[in-house]
Design a protein around this ligand. Structure first.
Ligand SMILES: Cc1cc2nc3c(=O)[nH]c(=O)nc-3n(C[C@H](O)[C@H](O)[C@H](O)COP(=O)(O)O)c2cc1C
Length: 204
């Protein structure tokens, strides 16, 4: 049976959302499907306004109950960095998963990661490394991207681009005005496709 995949993201300014859409397209190109969820916002609307953030997307279901994820085999997790780490919104979601942690409800599921940072050195890799602890405590198996599936796009230095062996990535720029480039979206599609193929093999 085809693995059930959930793409779960938080996106304050839409960069991670765009990568999530590319990841989904990649999964579909491999013959799979994915359900997309956003992590609940935790900041009050006055603060979001001050941060020039539009607030949660109205057309993507919000993942209120961690039990929803129990029905999936694998998760692709989209994280916009905060100080090289999870945003608090992500942490709040995982802090609600004590039941799944205690019962092993997520154990043995697969997870891949994709990230967004403002700048080079801003945390593309450290954000993924920081996420490892949460995955490990749940017994979730991290699936790295590696280099081989998108080698040219990942190693080429002729233009600035996010993404690494840890997963797809984009740079938002210091004011958030940079949008995911064609190359970053291509890497995210290949990442989604590769993740789906590994999950299909793993759960066959
Ligand atoms: C409080 C805060 C802390 C941040 N910390 C970092 C950081 O450590 N490194 C970095 O490159 N970008 C940092 N950023 C920029 C965000 O990562 C960027 O806005 C985000 O990746 C954009 O993705 P989104 O549009 O999906 O929200 C920070 C942003 C905020 C609001």
């Amino acid at each position: 049976m085809a693995p059930k995949i959930a793409i779960v993201y938080y996106s304050m300014y839409g960069h991670i959302r765009k990568l999530a859409e590319a990841e989904k397209a990649g999964i579909e190109s491999a013959g799979g499907t994915a359900d997309v969820y956003q992590i609940p916002e935790t900041l009050p609307s006055e603060v979001l306004t001050k941060m020039h953030a539009p607030g949660p997307a109205s057309d993507v279901p919000t993942l209120e109950d961690p039990a929803t994820l129990e029905q999936y085999d694998a998760f692709l997790l989209g994280i916009p960095t905060r100080y090289g780490n999870f945003p608090a919104q992500w942490k709040t979601f995982w802090d609600k998963t004590g039941k799944q942690w205690a019962t092993g409800a997520y154990a043995g599921k697969l997870a891949g990661l994709f990230v967004s940072t403002a700048s080079l050195g801003g945390g593309q890799e450290s954000t993924c490394i920081a996420a490892m602890s949460t995955l490990t405590h749940h017994g979730i198996i991290y699936v790295p991207f590696g280099y081989s599936k998108a080698y040219q796009d990942l190693v080429d230095l002729s233009e600035v681009h996010g993404g690494s062996a840890w997963g797809a990535g984009t740079f938002a720029g210091p004011d958030g005005s940079r949008q995911p480039s064609e190359r970053e979206l291509r890497i995210a599609q290949v990442h989604g496709k590769n993740f789906y193929e590994i999950a299909a093999k793993h759960f066959s």
